[in-house]
Design a protein around this ligand. Structure first.
Ligand SMILES: C[S@@+](CC[C@H](N)C(=O)[O-])C[C@H]1O[C@@H](n2cnc3c(N)ncnc32)[C@H](O)[C@@H]1O
Length: 248
């Protein structure tokens, strides 16, 4: 549920940003090279870019530094405070909205050249609704590039490297803690399910990228973190999957 996710990020934002020290670059996530290597977005000068689930907006700020006109949306006030501060430090202007990305109401239809998202769509309960909204706000031939955790990765126990959940179990996944008021909620989906929601929204899928996580990338700040992104695990399964799709 969105409320639980919002609560999680209000509580964990400060610690997360301190721990990860994410550089101002366009990243795609653990085990993945960044935009400098993947080149999925093209020239950003004067492009209207919407970053959904922008968090600390390190990606959006990097895009603004390359001349894009960036808008960032996130549900968490704490994440947006961090983002606004970082934008100011980097001397760029970004318009931020605090809201659920399933509804992009403040963004005009057919106004964006690019919609971008790194590691936010795993938290969205109704991804189909979100994809339809992204389609609405994109210009004709506009692109939507997003990354999220690879659907195989979260089915495997990071310690034993054994499959611990069925690939076909597509539902809400809740991790609880000793403090019962804190819950980490994410949604697991198969690759075909994500693909089919994109097609249903009207998109043409250009590329699906599964970065080779057997290599270590300098820019991967999550490498080795939380006993999750371990070399042993990354050698077996990619943690990240990236989609590049177009509005017809
Ligand atoms: C792992 S962080 C990624 C942040 C940023 N994209 C990055 O790559 O550093 C996930 C972000 O998604 C945001 N988020 C989760 N659910 C959301 C929703 N329904 N609407 C808007 N933002 C959401 C969280 O608040 C958090 O900032």
């Amino acid at each position: 549920m969105t409320k639980e996710t919002k609560k999680w990020w209000e509580y964990s934002s400060e610690g997360y940003q301190k721990e990860c020290k994410i550089p101002v670059e366009i990243h795609y996530g653990p085990g993945s090279p960044n935009e400098k290597h993947l080149k999925l977005l093209g020239n950003l000068k004067n492009k209207n870019v919407l970053e959904i689930g922008c968090g600390g907006a390190q990606c959006g700020i990097a895009m603004a530094k390359q001349g894009a006109k960036v808008t960032g949306i996130d549900i968490s006030e704490e994440q947006l405070k961090f983002a606004a501060n970082l934008a100011e430090k980097n001397n760029v202007k970004i318009k931020f909205y605090q809201r659920d990305i399933k509804d992009l109401k403040p963004i005009k239809s057919s106004s964006q050249d690019i919609v971008f998202s790194a590691y936010a769509l795993l938290y969205i309960d109704n991804i189909g609704k979100c994809f339809k909204e992204v389609y609405r706000v994109l210009k004709k031939n506009g692109i939507f590039v997003f990354s999220l955790d690879h659907p195989f990765f979260n089915r495997i126990n990071p310690k034993t490297l054994k499959v611990n959940r069925s690939y076909f179990k597509n539902d809400k996944w809740v991790e609880t803690f000793s403090d019962s008021s804190k819950k980490f909620v994410m949604y697991t989906r198969t690759i075909s399910e994500i693909f089919n929601y994109l097609v249903e929204a009207g998109f043409i899928v250009e590329k699906i990228i599964e970065p080779d996580s057997r290599k270590k990338y300098k820019e991967d700040v999550w490498y080795g973190m939380w006993n999750l992104y371990t070399l042993k695990f990354l050698k077996m399964v990619p943690p990240t999957i990236i989609f590049k799709v177009w509005k017809k």
